[in-house]
Write a protein that binds this ligand. Sequence first.
Ligand code: OGA
Ligand code: NI
Length: 346
Amino acid sequence: MDRSCQGLDAVHTIVSRSVERRVISSIYEKKGSYDRSKKENPAHNNTIGTVSWHSLAQIAEACEKNGFFQVINHGVPVELTDRLKQVGRKFFDLTKDEKLVYAGKPVIGSEGYGSRMVLDDTEPKFWREFVELHTLPLSERHYNYWPQQPAEFRETVEKYTAALLDLAQRLLAVISESLGLKPSYLKEALGEPHQNIVFQCYPPCPEPGKTLGLPAHSDVVAITILMQEGDGLEVAAENDTWELVPNHPNAFVVNLADQIEIITNGRYKSANHRAIVNSDRTRRSYVTFYHPAKDQKIFPAPELVDEKVGPVYRELFYIEYLQALAAERGGKRLVQSFAIDNPLVS
Ligand code: OGA
Ligand code: NI
């Protein structure tokens, strides 16, 4: 299934997919006068830093602060990342009808192509086109949703996501070590890897202050690895401000997601983040999600639970989390609904 914000978006998609298909050809639809920029505090100037691959202290610091960091020297060849961006760009450049061949069904966890370009008067909406594909386990590759244009799309996505699986597992090992756990801890705690990739395309918006490419959300998965073309990703910071994640050529943005927050008993964060749009250029991002299997039991690592305080989160099967996501209607972070009502936890 799902995403991360996939889940969130998929929920949204249930009611909106028909609208998405209808509005894709118009420049945009304006339904009201909501203006997000008027409601916000000025953005922070701090930016999400690049950590050294080998510095466990730097990784621990970034994970404790907000779970976001960028990595370079990650070992994924630039030829491969360039090719992925190229097939993504070529797909989004197809005509509306060519893209709609791969349109997803209006159900949670659906795959394929979708778009949404509506300005509403009540809340920020999804100003984006996307293609979502399940890549692992192999039995969940539904090739009917995989674009056949450009011709090299499928092979490129298969090579890229294989490299990103390896990268995710190397990251899980260093993150485990940064917690004082054995390197294989998080990989084992997450069980059989499930992976999906979302190609995001945020076209220019004539009134960027009135929408969002993706509204604020935390990713429900374990770990997300994002490659961006252009600035636009922001992470929630103090006092309702937003911190920009600067576009760094050849870096991957890594963010820890809800399942890691639970396993680390809240020590490492799964921060809210969002994508803003701009009026003059298209921004794209390529987002690879690493999930536990649906029947995987997720629980705080005993080594990270303070004996006196006890666990912060309860044990759950990942499927329960996905079900809670489907039932969710915004508000507090979803992970909070799995918190234990523990008077000793501040
Ligand atoms: C996501 C996400 C941000 C971006 O897909 O979950 O947060 O910049 N994307 O595309
Ligand atoms: Ni996200």
